[in-house]
Design a protein around this ligand. Sequence first.
Ligand SMILES: C[S@@+](CC[C@H](N)C(=O)[O-])C[C@H]1O[C@@H](n2cnc3c(N)ncnc32)[C@H](O)[C@@H]1O
Length: 192
Amino acid sequence: MSNYEFKDYDFEKPSFLHIILDSTLMNLLAPFIYGKYYDTFNLKGDEKVLDFGSGGGLGARELAKRLPYRGELWCVDTSTYWTNKAKKRLNKFKNVKFYVGDIKNKDIPKGYFDVITINAVLHDITPAQRQEVIMNLVKKLKQGGKLLIQEPIEPSHGMEIKEIQLILNNANLKEASHSVKRSAYQGVYVDR
Ligand SMILES: C[S@@+](CC[C@H](N)C(=O)[O-])C[C@H]1O[C@@H](n2cnc3c(N)ncnc32)[C@H](O)[C@@H]1O
């Protein structure tokens, strides 16, 4: 039996500490932390990118900076609270769209995205729902596109690497590479 715990956070009602950290320390550090990670994507700047579970937009802002040549960024999240934060944070970027709700949304086209990024989201989805959510998400990926995922892997707050790999393999993707850095798994997935 897995010793991994699932913590059900209410992303509509974040703690006071979370709100303060998001607008101060994390806001200052985002260009370094998220920026360094997104540099590994080697974006040319004209890609169509879907940021799944974009939250308050700290990472999305770094992605938007890396898409200056007619690239598109689509931010999808189930939380109205965090999407409103992200909208404010990214208001100067004209090539960003926001969707609140289910990834199955028909306005998010299938087979459209060159890159899908998932950063610290899958572990926050109920274990029973993870596979179905990923199945629907992968439908949005263009043939030959890439899915890049980073998830915490600590038992107290994270997922087992083999569960992440299994879910993505079941969605017909194969792991092209992976690394483990500071209690996080980073994987790059491509079509089988
Ligand atoms: C820990 S935050 C990460 C936010 C952002 N990716 C980042 O790295 O700053 C997890 C986010 O996933 C979102 N989320 C949880 N379940 C989701 C789902 N089924 N579809 C889309 N977003 C979801 C939450 O609302 C929250 O904003």
